[in-house]
Design a protein around this ligand. Structure first.
Ligand SMILES: N[C@@H](CCC(=O)N[C@@H](CS)C(=O)NCC(=O)O)C(=O)O
Length: 250
C-alpha cells in the first residue's frame, strides 16, 4: 500500500468499525490511533470539528465522517465494489447506511451503549435503567420491525456484502456489548442476518480485539492493543483530559 492511511478512533465505535471493515475488504493497510472522542486533544478538534470519530487521514485528504470516508475509499479503490452498480440499488444502499448511522446510532449508541457502557466507564455516572428499559421496549422494536422488512432470507441485502449490510451490522455488535440479543422468534430474518454479517471474516478479525478492550480500563487500551499487535500510530490525538461532546447535551 503506497499511501499510508491513518484512522483516528477506537475499535469499540460502530462508525470506526464500519471504516475498518471497508479498509479490510479493500485490502488497504492502516495505522490506528484508538482514542475515544471525549479524550481528543486540541489537534483533534482541528481534524474533527464535530469532535467525533472516526477521522481518516491519507496522503490526499482528512475526512471526519464514516460515510464520507467509505464513499472516498470506494471512489479511490473501487475493488471490490461495496456499493451496488445499479443506481436505484445504490441509492437504497446509501439510505440504509444513513438509516443505520442516524436512527440506529441514536438508539443503539446514545440510548443504549452510552447508558450501559460510556456513562459508568467514562464519566463515572450511573446507568439510567428506566431509560434503558424504555429504549428496549419502544425504540428497539420499531427499528427491528423496519429491518425485518429490509433484510433478505439468505445472503446479503444486494446479494454480496455491501455498505448497507456493513453499516447495519456494526450497530448490532455494539448492542452485543450491552448483552442485547435480537429475539429470533419475533424477528427471525434480522436475527439470522445479523449473525451472518458478523460472522464475516472482516468483522471476525476485529472481534478478539473488541472483546479484550471491553475488559480493559480505558487508560490501558493503547498498551493492551500494542500487546495484541494492533497497527498503532506512533502519535496520538488523545489526552488525559476528558471533554464532553459538542453535538449534544445528555
Ligand atoms: N456521522 C458520524 C457519526 C460519528 C459518531 O457519532 N461517532 C461517535 C463515536 S461512536 C462520536 O464520536 N461521538 C462523540 C460525540 O458525538 O460527541 C460518522 O458517521 O462518522
Amino acid at each position: 500500500m503506497s499511501h499510508p492511511v491513518q484512522i483516528i478512533g477506537g475499535y469499540l465505535s460502530p462508525y470506526v468499525r464500519k471504516v475498518l471493515v471497508v479498509l479490510d475488504l479493500k485490502g488497504i493497510s492502516y495505522k490506528i490511533d484508538p482514542i475515544i472522542p471525549f479524550s481528543g486533544n486540541d489537534s483533534f478538534s482541528r481534524i474533527s470539528p464535530l469532535r467525533r470519530i472516526p477521522v481518516f487521514i491519507d496522503d490526499q485528504t482528512t475526512l471526519a465522517d464514516s460515510s464520507v470516508i467509505c464513499q472516498y475509499l470506494e471512489d479511490r479503490y473501487p475493488e471490490p465494489e461495496l456499493y451496488p452498480t445499479n443506481i436505484v440499488e445504490r441509492a437504497r444502499a446509501r439510505w440504509l447506511e444513513e438509516y443505520a448511522d442516524s436512527r440506529m446510532g441514536e438508539v443503539f449508541i446514545w440510548r443504549l451503549f452510552n447508558q450501559v457502557a460510556i456513562k459508568p466507564n467514562v464519566w463515572g455516572e450511573p446507568t439510567d435503567k428506566a431509560a434503558v428499559e424504555k429504549t428496549l421496549r419502544e425504540d428497539m422494536p420499531q427499528i427491528l420491525d423496519y429491518l425485518e422488512e429490509q433484510v433478505p432470507t439468505e445472503g446479503f441485502i444486494f446479494g454480496k456484502l455491501s455498505i448497507a449490510d456493513i453499516s447495519i451490522a456494526c450497530f448490532f455488535r455494539n448492542a452485543e456489548f450491552t448483552r442485547f440479543r435480537v429475539d429470533a422468534v419475533r424477528w427471525p430474518l434480522t436475527a439470522a442476518f445479523v449473525e451472518r454479517a458478523l460472522r464475516h471474516e472482516s468483522f471476525g478479525k476485529l472481534k478478539p480485539i473488541e472483546d479484550r478492550l471491553l475488559r480493559t480500563p480505558l487508560k490501558q487500551h493503547r498498551a493492551v492493543l500494542a500487546e495484541l499487535g494492533a497497527p498503532l500510530t506512533q502519535e496520538t490525538y488523545g489526552s488525559a483530559t476528558l471533554r464532553r461532546g459538542i453535538m449534544r447535551i445528555d
